[in-house]
Design a protein around this ligand. Structure first.
Ligand code: AMP
Ligand code: ZN
Length: 131
């Protein structure tokens, strides 16, 4: 079954545009709001939020607004989103003056939310086994 559909936002008569998946928790939060805390940074195509179950002092999720399932499904069409994810990571690192940090992607059985997201981890000990 094709799960994705074009999501239209009516804003001043304009339609936009995220590829979304009906059963996806991150798509729902991206489209309807309701994150546990205010996003840390948001651009047209990316949202960065604090992880609700942090495994490090700083644990931020950097999420494309378009539904991309995982690192295994990234394609040419996603190139702008992927670059923007790293650009957002750079901004957060700069703003928070993080001297050392790690970026991680889970996949396969390690990935619990099937919507691509980058974990930005910093400070103290990272509890890798819980990631
Ligand atoms: P992964 O195992 O890589 O798919 O990671 C999913 C991450 O999303 C976990 O670290 C969860 O704690 C986090 N998470 C799940 N739901 C939310 C939410 N509503 N807001 C923030 N983080 C979430
Ligand atoms: Zn999604």
């Amino acid at each position: 079954m094709i799960k994705t559909l074009k999501f239209f936002v009516k804003e001043a008569g304009l339609r936009i545009k995220y590829m979304t998946s009906r059963d996806c928790i991150f798509c729902k939060l991206i489209n309807d709001g309701g994150w546990a805390s205010e996003p840390i940074l948001e651009t047209d195509s990316i949202v960065a939020v604090s992880d609700i179950n942090p495994v490090a002092d700083v644990h931020i999720l950097i999420i494309p607004k378009n539904h991309i399932e995982s690192v295994l499904t990234i394609g040419e069409k996603d190139s702008r989103d992927i670059i923007e994810m790293f650009s957002v990571a750079q901004k957060i690192v700069e703003e928070k003056k993080l001297e050392a940090f790690r970026l991680a992607f889970n996949a396969g059985r390690f990935q619990h939310v099937p919507h691509l997201h980058m974990h930005l981890l910093a400070g103290g000990k990272v509890q890798w086994s819980k990631l």
